[in-house]
Design a protein around this ligand. Structure first.
Ligand code: NAI
Ligand code: NAD
Ligand code: ISE
Length: 342
């Protein structure tokens, strides 16, 4: 059986996901698209040569009996409305991060899903599907470095066109907020944000870089540098320091070149290339799980925790203080699923 998917938002990432589902993955087809910019949705259908109907609105697409599962890849502020409508229609929904732009919005989604009585929502935190992160998690889970004590990370991008306000925290570092609690199987208790000397390459009025400091329930201390105008490449680093050793996130593979009296390795420049395999695994697993009526990836609860954490970071940046992070107890409803396979 082929899963019939409807896509809301055919912008940059929506087009990428339509392309991978149509050309790289198995078991699903895009049968419906919509975008607030209808011309663009029409162009995507033509350009990618897919047999999909263009709908007038996200809500009309969700209601269509031809659509079995929904993908929300529109702008963040629209996510909550579409995810709530999908839950209301009882349809599985994959939503790109953020699940909603406020913690309250994410909580409304959690409450709606719990009331519905069956998990339907998966959030687009694709790093959990990245082979290098999964390898690192396996090393930690097998106790090869003892108990984790400290984590040092960096999230660097060459430039951040379109970044405004606190997007380095809410749009970019949110990936670390999610993947590190998954990696350590822990939750956060506080956040602090330090503001180093500002780079001249940041857009006017924008702070860059940031240092985010998190503390977990187990007392693990995490430091993440966000530097989104670093010029030289898209570079994701993570080192876990344990009681008996350290473990590093593997570098993306590249051919070591000896030439011109230098030994060099290429550095990627775009998140689309760095995480291309992760996105492919993420969607193949989502298609397979959805067909079995399961959600095995990041849940609405994970989307909510990420939002609470990013709110605390924005507040910590504003106050310059250490801000507590407190969360209600996770509903037992979310205890199942989220199995990790290598
Ligand atoms: P984009 O601006 O290129 O595309 C968004 C699209 O949504 C636009 O085509 C826009 O017309 C459409 N749209 C907005 N409101 C809509 C509505 N009410 N109904 C239908 N369509 C609507 O943005 P981009 O870069 O594709 O980002 C989309 C989402 O993907 C964001 O939530 C972003 O955070 C997330 N994202 C996730 C990444 C990841 O690594 N997981 C990477 C890049 C983006
Ligand atoms: P984008 O601006 O290129 O695309 C967004 C699209 O949504 C646009 O085409 C816009 O017209 C459409 N849209 C907006 N409101 C709509 C509505 N109400 N109904 C239908 N369509 C609507 O943005 P993007 O870069 O593709 O990002 C989209 C989402 O993906 C964001 O939430 C972003 O955070 C997320 N994203 C995730 C990753 C990742 O690494 N996981 C990377 C990039 C973007
Ligand atoms: C983008 O929205 C993403 O989600 C990417 O994964 C991230 O690295 C980038 O900084 C964001 O702009």
């Amino acid at each position: 059986m082929t899963l019939r998917i409807g896509v809301i938002g055919t912008g940059a990432i929506g087009q990428e996901h339509v392309h991978r589902i149509t050309h790289s993955l198995q078991g699903a087809e895009i049968v419906a698209v919509t975008d607030v910019n209808k011309e663009q949705a029409i162009k995507v259908v033509k350009k990618q040569n897919i047999n999909a109907k263009v709908y007038e609105s996200g809500n009309e697409l969700i209601q269509s009996s031809d659509v079995e599962a929904i993908m929300v890849t529109s702008w963040g502020p629209t996510h909550e409305e579409f995810v709530l409508a999908a839950i209301d229609a009882g349809k599985p929904v994959f939503c790109e991060k953020p699940l909603a732009t406020t913690a309250e919005g994410c909580k409304r989604i959690v409450d709606a899903e719990v009331t519905h009585g069956k998990q339907l929502v998966q959030v687009g935190f694709m790093r959990r599907f990245d082979h290098s992160y999964r390898q690192l998690k396996k090393v930690i889970d097998e106790g090869k470095i003892g108990d984790p004590l400290m984590v040092n990370c960096a999230h660097r991008a060459p430039a951040a066109p379109g970044f405004k306000g606190d997007m380095a925290l809410t749009d970019s570092l949110v990936h670390e907020m999610d993947v590190l609690r998954w990696l350590l199987d822990d939750d956060y208790v506080s956040a602090q944000v330090l503001l180093p000397r500002r780079t001249r390459f940041a857009d006017e009025g924008l702070q860059d870089p940031h240092i985010m400091l998190l503390e977990t329930k187990q007392g693990i201390r995490i430091s993440v540098e966000s530097f989104v105008n670093c010029q030289y490449g898209y570079d994701i680093q993570c080192q876990v320091v344990g009681e008996t050793g350290t473990a590093n996130l593997p570098e993306p593979s590249s051919v070591p070149v000896r030439s011109d009296a230098k030994l060099s390795n290429e550095i990627l420049v775009d998140w689309k290339d760095r995480f291309i395999d992760a996105f492919n695994v993420e969607f193949q697993e989502w298609i397979d799980s959805t067909k079995k009526g399961e959600v095995n990836g990041p849940s609405a609860w994970d989307g909510y925790v990420a939002a609470v954490t990013s709110d605390a970071c924005v507040e910590a940046k504003r106050t310059g203080q250490i801000e507590p992070i407190s969360m209600p107890k996770r509903p037992a409803f979310y205890d199942r699923g989220q199995k990790v396979k290598l």
